[in-house]
Design a protein. Structure first.
Length: 199
């Protein structure tokens, strides 16, 4: 499990953070594909990275934004959030089976998974494990529907009930912006915007 990602989103959403100013998505020429069954062994993919940027979350009940730094080493992660709507600096750490969130306002919260931590902190669910792959322009599951541009870079994933649009700077192979959208039964949506300023 990619605890780092799960917790990062948990903290972000629990703090009602994330950038809400979403740019309009421009679609270059796309092709739709699905991930072949045999190529979908996600655990074998490398998930080591260090990111800095801004996160924004908007739901029918809350919205907010924060700056983040995120270091991921396979299943271990360390996330720092700042400017998160009144809860101050927040630190999230994760190793397999143990994730923690600590801020001056909430104190220390423990959980076994990032998803559980997010649920405890906010009552909200988000695709935290999948995000670890999406920031690397990788599908998270074998069921993903994928659109690609002319350079064969993924520009959209549809999986686990979310639509993820990826944007790139010039010829970059990794995205600098991700917009995650989840349609709700009442016609509204949950939206997460992630702008990556430095890798």
């Amino acid at each position: 499990m990619h605890l780092f990602t799960k917790i990062g989103l948990g903290v972000l959403t629990s703090s009602s953070l994330i950038l809400t100013g979403c740019q309009q998505y421009r679609k270059p020429q796309q092709m739709v594909t699905t991930v072949p069954e045999q190529s979908a062994a996600q655990p074998s993919q490398e998930t080591n990275f260090a990111l800095q940027g801004k996160l924004g979350v908007r739901t029918p009940k809350q919205s907010g934004s924060a700056f983040f730094t995120w270091e991921q080493q396979q299943d271990n992660f360390d996330i720092e959030l700042s400017g998160a709507l009144g809860i101050g600096k927040t630190h999230i750490q994760g190793t397999p089976g143990q994730v923690t969130l600590n801020s001056a306002k909430t104190g220390l919260i423990h959980a076994e998974t990032p998803e559980e931590l997010l649920e405890k902190a906010t009552g909200w669910q988000a695709p935290i494990t999948d995000l670890v792959h999406w920031v690397l322009a990788q599908p998270a599951t074998t069921q993903a529907q994928i659109e690609k541009d002319q350079e064969q870079r993924p520009t959209q994933f549809i999986e686990d009930g979310w639509t993820v649009n990826l944007s790139y700077n010039d010829a970059a192979r990794l995205p600098n912006k991700l917009i995650l959208k989840q349609q709700l039964d009442d016609g509204q949506e949950n939206r997460i915007t992630m702008v990556i300023q430095d890798r």
